[in-house]
Design a protein around this ligand. Structure first.
Ligand code: URA
Length: 238
């Protein structure tokens, strides 16, 4: 099958921009000749990187329903990771989570070998939405909705405008859906704390067009469907 050089290299575990850098540095050859054009369409078997054949494997795209207590990393010396939730055959080089959820946060984590897609989904520039269900202390009201919509000033940055939909609110506590396009460290927790409603729990339900499958119990995974993969790629310009 003919495909672009940068796509084949991407399928071997590196991001599309790393692939272009390899080409620019003259590290990629075809039939003994240095490849100068990352967009050249070739067969995978023709390519060499630093003299070694390029092993382009089918990309993996998976969703995981992360339970609390599991870290969003490929390895950890003490704690279980999202990688441990996958079968051995999927735990290959280049496979990893798209962005991070805190250890106590549950719900949707996407995992893929497609470095370029992962990079674009977490880049604030691409504006891929992430939606969470949050349970917090106190009574959320329209003032909080406006504060989220205006962009909240936190101690070290101002959060971009976010959508807050109140699902239930009362003196006993409130629940809301919050949708945002960035994902800085503890961002959602910090936004709720900034409006005086510390979080009790947080769960991610959606990234871009992909929703957490309600059939997945905590700790389970499933491969993304072709339309989910195509939808995610289209949203970030791939
Ligand atoms: N916001 C948080 O505070 N934590 C997460 O894990 C994700 C978003």
């Amino acid at each position: 099958m003919l495909q672009r050089v940068d796509k084949w290299l991407g399928m071997s575990g590196m991001s599309r921009s790393e692939a272009r850098r390899c080409v620019a540095a003259g590290r990629v050859t075809r039939g003994g000749e240095v490849v100068r054009d990352a967009g050249l369409r070739v067969e995978a078997e023709e390519l060499r990187l630093d003299g070694a054949p390029v092993r382009a494997e089918e990309q993996l795209y998976v969703m995981v329903n992360k339970p609390a207590g599991v870290v969003t990393a490929t390895e950890d010396s003490r704690l279980p990771t999202v990688m441990d939730l996958l079968p051995k055959a999927m735990r290959r080089k280049g496979m990893g989570p798209v962005g991070r959820l805190d250890r106590d946060v549950t719900g949707l984590v996407l995992m893929t070998t497609d470095g370029e897609l992962a990079h674009r989904l977490i880049s604030p520039k691409r504006k891929a939405e992430k939606a969470y269900i949050a349970a917090c202390e106190g009574t959320l009201d329209e003032g909080d909705v406006r504060a989220f919509a205006q962009g909240l000033a936190l101690s070290d940055f101002t959060a971009k405008p976010a959508r807050l939909e109140i699902l239930a609110s009362g003196r006993e506590g409130s629940t809301a859906r919050v949708t945002l396009t960035e994902g800085k460290f503890h961002q959602v927790k910090r936004m709720f704390a900034a409006v005086g409603h510390p979080l009790r729990s947080l769960s991610r339900e959606r990234i871009g067009c992909v929703r957490l499958d309600p059939a997945l119990e905590a700790g389970q995974y499933r491969a993304l469907k072709a339309d989910e993969i195509a939808g995610l790629k289209a949203q970030v310009g791939l």
